[in-house]
Design a protein around this ligand. Structure first.
Ligand SMILES: Cc1ncc(COP(=O)(O)O)c(C=O)c1O
Length: 404
């Protein structure tokens, strides 16, 4: 008789987005005359930039021609894309990363879920709380998280690093020493980040503790402040302790196109064992490459036209972020984020829980956001709005909230 991986049975239901969907649908059916504005989803809405569309068209044509047709992509990704990444995302910022330290993938969700595979099941993980749920859930599936306390919504073997307004959303070094530290900066959901100096102290801490940092920089393109690092490799010593995950989803609108990459420096070792070699082996065995046409589209992100067009796209979303921030502040809310990330994190008013505020906003303003408690226990009492809607809808939503 076969047995299943019991760890999957331990996963508490991920009701966040399905509960939101159900509540919104029920409200819409009961109130068909109301126009609901959705500022809940973390998905982009602007179309792909023209430079990317042109690159896609060209690549599609190449695939229709025997001379230029491409089959399986190289394991690590095409050289043209990895070189563009090295030049633009690293060398331009003073970081020396080699092309064979870049692993092109189909996005940061897969990479952030898969990366735990190369670590021992005995390793203790530390996560910011609240945070993108994939880090904890993928470790639950692997059997690394112990038992779940439904009351506290916490796993016995996970080290939680609360990020709240009390500590300025800056994770503190935990009392117990972790082996694997997940840092998502700028953070989803809080939209906050830390300074380069603070990141340097995490790098120093990890090197000293013999820990590895999984650095998820999916929102790097939204950083507007000079004292914030765009890559963890801007910090001294990061190559011996950090893996960096990047996505083309939020900087270039690839959520439906799918492209990302992971950096595993060759200097990152556990004794004599190279993590770069392990990840190369894993990638080669379990992944058959991002599509050629998508990698050509990724290359266009780094062209002069691509860069200019995407700068405008990011600015479009950040104009929304500023409108949300200012609108909420005017209305008396306590607001965080929205400066280096497309997320705005607000303190729920009058001691409401995250879900109470969700209902209140849906019913009174017909605006949908995301309850903070869905991202971890320390998210209770907070609420996330995203800047990924249209400007018109964003302004209209804020107008409604202001009138409450
Ligand atoms: C922090 C973080 N990492 C990764 C992802 C997923 O990125 P991708 O679309 O590249 O899989 C998301 C998506 O919302 C995210 O918020």
């Amino acid at each position: 008789m076969f047995q299943v991986n019991d760890n999957y049975q331990k996963l508490p239901g991920s009701y966040l987005f399905s509960t939101i969907g159900k509540k919104v649908n029920a409200y819409a059916q009961a109130n068909p005359d109301r126009q609901i504005i959705r500022l809940g989803i973390g998905d982009v809405t602007q179309p792909l930039a023209p430079a990317i569309i042109q690159a896609l068209h060209r690549a599609v044509d190449e695939m229709g021609n025997a001379e230029t047709f491409r089959g399986y992509a190289p394991d690590l990704g095409y050289e043209f894309l990895r070189s563009a990444i090295v030049e633009n995302d690293y060398r331009a910022r003073g970081c020396e990363i080699a092309t064979d330290e870049i692993f092109v993938s189909d996005g940061a969700k897969s990479d952030s879920g898969n990366i735990q595979e190369i670590f021992s099941l005995d390793n203790r993980i530390a996560v910011c709380d609240p945070v993108y749920p994939v880090y904890v859930d993928s470790n639950v599936m692997a059997g690394r998280t112990g038992t779940y306390d439904a009351q506290k919504e916490m796993w016995s073997d996970v080290i939680y690093m609360p990020c709240t307004m009390e500590n300025g959303f800056v994770p503190e070094f935990p009392k117990e020493t972790p082996d694997v530290i997940y840092l998502c900066l700028p953070n989803n959901p809080t939209g906050t980040t830390i300074t380069k100096e603070q990141l340097q102290s995490w790098v120093d801490y990890a090197n000293k503790a013999g820990a590895v940092i999984i650095y998820d920089a999916a929102y790097e393109a939204y950083i507007s402040e000079d004292h914030v690092a765009h890559s963890i490799y801007e910090c001294e010593g990061a190559k011996t302790c950090a893996i960096e995950l990047k996505s083309f989803s939020k900087n270039a609108g690839f959520t439906g196109v799918r492209l990302g990459y992971t950096v595993v420096p060759k200097e990152l070792k556990c004794g004599e064992v190279s993590l770069n070699a392990m990840w190369a082996r894993r990638h080669g065995t379990k992944f058959n490459g991002a599509p050629y046409i998508v990698q050509r589209a990724g290359e266009a992100v780094y062209s002069a036209e691509g860069k200019a067009q995407l700068k405008e796209q990011v600015a479009y979303y950040m104009r929304n972020a500023a409108a949300i921030r200012e609108g909420l502040e005017d209305a008396g809310y306590t607001v965080f984020g929205g400066v280096n990330a497309p997320y705005i994190w607000l303190k729920t008013p009058k001691g409401m829980t995250s879900w109470e505020f969700f209902d209140y906003l849906l019913e009174q303003a017909n605006v949908v956001g995301t309850p903070g408690s869905g991202f971890g226990p320390s998210g209770e009492g907070y609420f996330r709005l995203t800047a990924f809607g249209s400007y018109e809808n964003t302004v209209a939503a804020l107008e409604r909230i202001r009138k409450l």
